[in-house]
Structures are given as structure tokens and as C-alpha cells.
Design a protein around this ligand. Structure first.
Ligand code: PFF
Length: 447
């Protein structure tokens, strides 16, 4: 069998993982959820969740990946009994589930890059979103986004994903920085910062049951946990670099880039009539598009240029995440069945394109897929992954984590203890709270 691929450099792995983490979750959802969930109070809970739950959990996935040096499905079986493979299979299933609609949103973003350039949505942003978000055009652009994703994955780990993300992640940071500087000059910027940075703890305490699970799931999604992506990426690490320091770097960068996106999006939202517009706040998956597009429309000619740049950065971020999901299934087919990488990437891209046509035909389907992923699938998968690393691997996980840390002996047992108790309970609580509100979900949309 051909030798398994690896990253060419350590930075390559870190940037690919950051590329996976930084996506629509950071730039599309995080600032908007912050804006509609109490501002800084939400940010506060999110930060705690990222450090106290996200970091230990991502290290769990890294340990599974690097120890097994296998795709995210077989990894579990190789490290323990074959029956654990089911946990990996669940992750793969969730990754495909998410990618099917993620790509539809990616298609909208492509549309908005062009719509900004021509000012197509300037007349009526709400109507524009309604017109482009579902139907034949949405399906076509979803197909284009999937094709771009498969195109990168087809080139392989080093020549495709590593090279692409080395270019994409720094671009995301520079463009967002430039946009944040611009956003600071907008009229509502000061109010936006106050809302973003001054936690309203009263709001938090009154809405604890909503805000906390929401922020924790957001952290899972944002760190690409529970979908096999981080296991797959860490399985390509060739060497004993320090996983704790790589993990911390990835979590910090992901969080900083999300926060930075807030410095762009919140002033934009506040520039419109001094706050998040009612319609946008109440709306479904398109709310941010409508709200941000309205802000660009208000800016007139400058709005066109800023709009193009903004949606371009969202597109880059979405692509660098989507490739990590397609890589999960690709690496499995290549490892296990010796499939051709290119054929697998395009073949599964085509399958997911078909699944995603539901979401592209009707945004109610998209909302349905997303809610199930957030409230149910992700927490279940993260829970099983944490249980596996903490209780099934246990000391083996600690041994793997220690490699390359230069004898960092104390951290390992503390991490294991965290995983086994606090993290496990917190994830379980998130799951129960999420499932508890599943009944509020809209019914399955009719075709
Ligand atoms: N982390 C990505 C985001 O925040 O947009 C979403 C994502 C990408 C989830 C890749 C899962 C994944 F495997």
C-alpha cells in the first residue's frame, strides 16, 4: 500500500486546523449570536466554554488521531475494541450531515460577493435574500462551492489542504483586521463596542438555561469537534510535537479570529438605526445576511467595495472549513479501501451535493438540519469522544499527550481528570438541555 500522507510542517498542521475551526461559525454565527443573546455576557460564557471544555476535548481528539495514525473511523477500533469504531462512524455521519448544508450557505456567500459588487441587494436586502437563498440558483451555487471544496481535497494533504490553508488563514486575519479598522469609523461603533465588551450579568443570570448550552454548542461547532475533522488532521502529524501547545494555539487563534469578526460585524449592525434590526433578530438562517447586507446598502458606494471584501473573507473561511469535513470521509476511503483520492473527493462531493439540495431548495430544511446538528448530534458525538479519550484510553491518552512536551508531567493527569469529570458532565448537560428544547423545533418541512 502507498505510504500514508503527512503534513510537511508543524505550522502546516496548525494552520489547517485553524482553517477548519475558523469558518461560518466564527464569522457568520458568533457575532450574530452575540448580538442577539446579550452581547458580552454571551462572549464571556463562550470564552469559558472554549478554554474549559473545548481545549480538553480537542486534545482528546488529537490524541486519538496521532496515536492511531488512522482515519477518524478506524482510529477508535484500532486503539481499543473494534466496536468503538461506531463512535468514529457517527462522527463521519455528522460531518457529512453538516457539510451538506454548510455548502449551501457557502453558495449564498459566493452569490453575495457578486451581489455586493453590482449592488444587487441594495434596493431591498430582505427580498434579495428570499430570492437567492432557495431554488435553482441556490442549488447551482451550492454545487459550485462543493466543487471548489472537492477540488482542494483532491490534491491531497500536503499539496491541497496544507498549501491552501497556509494561504487562506493569514488572508482571513489580514482582511478582517482591515475591515475592523474600517468598521471603527462607522457611526454606531462606540455603542457596538459597549454592547460587545460590557457583560450584562443580569441578562446572563436571567437566561442562563438558554445562553449556556447555546454558547457551549457554539464552541464545539467552532472548534470542529465531534465530526472527525480534528482526529483526521491530527492523524497526519508526523512526529512528536507538543499537542498541548498546538491545541492551545489553535483554540486561541480560533477564539481571537471570532472576536475579531465581532469587531467587524457588530459596528455594521449598530450602524443601522442604532441596533440589531428587529426583523433580522427574529429571522432564521438568513438573518445575518439580511442585516449585514442592509448595512452595506446604507453605506452606498463604499458599501459595494466593503461588501465584496467582507463576503470574500467569509467565503475563504467557509472553504477552509468545508475541506476538513470532506477530508474525513476521503481519508477513510483511501485508508481502508485504497480508493483513489481524487475520485473519492469528487464522488462524495457529488453525494453531498445531492443531500444538500434539500437545504438549497428550501431554507426550512437548512434550519432543520442545523438545529438537529447543534442540539443533538454534535453534543452526542463530543460526549462519546470525550468518554473514549478519558475513560477508555485513560493512561494511554496521557502517555500520548506527554510525547513531545519535554516531560510536562503534571499537566497530563490534570487533563485526564478534567476530561473524566467536568468536561464529561458539562457536555452531558449541554446535550440534555439541547434535547429538552428539541420539541420547540419546527416540524419537518414538507417537500
Ligand atoms: N468550525 C467551522 C465553523 O466554525 O464554521 C465549522 C465546521 C467545520 C464544523 C468543519 C465542523 C467541521 F468539521
Amino acid at each position: 500500500m502507498a505510504q500514508r500522507e503527512t503534513w510537511a510542517t508543524r505550522v502546516g498542521f496548525i494552520l489547517a486546523a485553524v482553517g477548519s475551526a475558523v469558518g461560518l461559525g466564527n464569522i457568520w454565527q458568533f457575532p450574530f449570536k452575540t448580538a442577539t443573546n446579550g452581547g458580552a455576557a454571551f462572549v464571556f460564557v463562550y470564552l469559558l466554554a472554549a478554554v474549559l471544555i473545548g481545549l480538553p476535548a480537542i486534545l482528546g481528539e488529537f490524541v486519538v488521531g496521532r496515536r492511531s495514525k488512522l482515519n477518524a473511523i478506524e482510529a477508535f477500533g484500532r486503539l481499543n475494541r473494534p466496536s468503538w469504531t461506531i463512535v468514529g462512524a457517527l462522527g463521519l455521519f455528522i460531518g457529512m450531515w453538516i457539510l451538506s448544508y454548510y455548502s449551501v450557505v457557502g453558495g449564498w456567500v459566493i452569490r453575495y460577493v457578486f451581489g455586493s459588487a453590482t449592488g444587487a441587494y441594495f434596493g431591498n436586502p430582505g427580498e434579495y435574500f428570499g430570492a437567492i437563498s432557495a431554488g435553482v440558483d441556490a442549488i447551482a451555487l451550492h454545487g459550485l462551492f462543493m466543487l471548489l471544496t472537492a477540488g482542494i481535497v483532491a490534491f491531497g494533504v500536503e499539496d491541497g489542504i496544507e498549501k491552501a490553508t497556509k494561504l487562506m488563514v493569514p488572508s482571513i486575519v489580514f482582511i478582517l483586521l482591515a475591515l475592523a479598522v474600517y468598521a471603527a469609523t462607522l457611526p454606531g461603533a462606540t455603542d457596538a463596542y459597549a454592547y460587545y465588551l460590557n457583560p450584562d450579568f443580569e441578562y446572563l443570570f436571567n437566561n442562563l438555561g438558554d445562553v449556556v448550552p447555546f454558547a457551549v454548542s457554539q464552541a464545539f461547532f467552532s472548534l470542529s469537534l465531534g465530526m472527525g475533522a480534528m482526529i483526521t488532521y491530527s492523524s497526519y502529524i508526523d512526529g512528536d510535537e507538543s499537542l498541548p501547545s498546538d491545541g492551545a494555539t489553535i483554540v486561541v487563534l480560533n477564539t481571537l479570529i471570532g472576536l475579531l469578526a465581532g469587531f467587524v460585524v457588530l459596528p455594521l449592525l449598530f450602524a443601522q438605526q442604532g441596533g440589531v434590526s428587529e426583523t433580522a433578530a427574529g429571522g432564521g438562517p438568513g438573518a445575518l445576511f439580511v442585516a449585514v447586507a442592509s448595512a452595506f446598502a446604507d453605506l452606498g458606494t463604499a458599501g459595494r467595495a466593503v461588501g465584496v471584501v467582507f463576503f470574500l473573507v467569509v467565503l475563504i473561511a467557509a472553504l477552509s472549513s468545508a475541506i476538513s469535513l470532506l477530508e474525513v470521509v476521503t481519508s477513510y476511503m483511501v485508508d481502508k479501501y485504497g480508493f483513489d483520492r481524487k475520485a473519492t473527493a469528487f464522488g462524495f462531493g457529488a453525494v453531498l451535493f445531492v443531500v444538500g439540495t434539500f437545504s438549497a431548495a428550501n431554507t426550512a430544511w437548512l434550519g432543520w438540519f442545523d438545529t438537529i446538528a447543534y442540539k443533538f448530534l454534535l453534543p452526542v458525538s463530543v460526549l462519546l469522544g470525550v468518554f473514549f479519550a478519558g475513560w477508555v484510553l485513560g493512561p494511554v491518552a496521557v502517555e500520548e499527550l506527554r510525547k513531545g512536551t519535554g516531560g510536562l508531567t503534571r499537566f497530563g493527569p490534570a487533563w485526564l481528570w478534567m476530561l473524566r469529570t467536568f468536561v464529561l458532565v458539562a457536555v452531558l448537560a449541554t446535550l440534555l438541555l439541547g434535547v429538552d428544547t428539541l420539541y420547540e423545533m419546527p416540524p419537518i418541512p414538507s417537500l
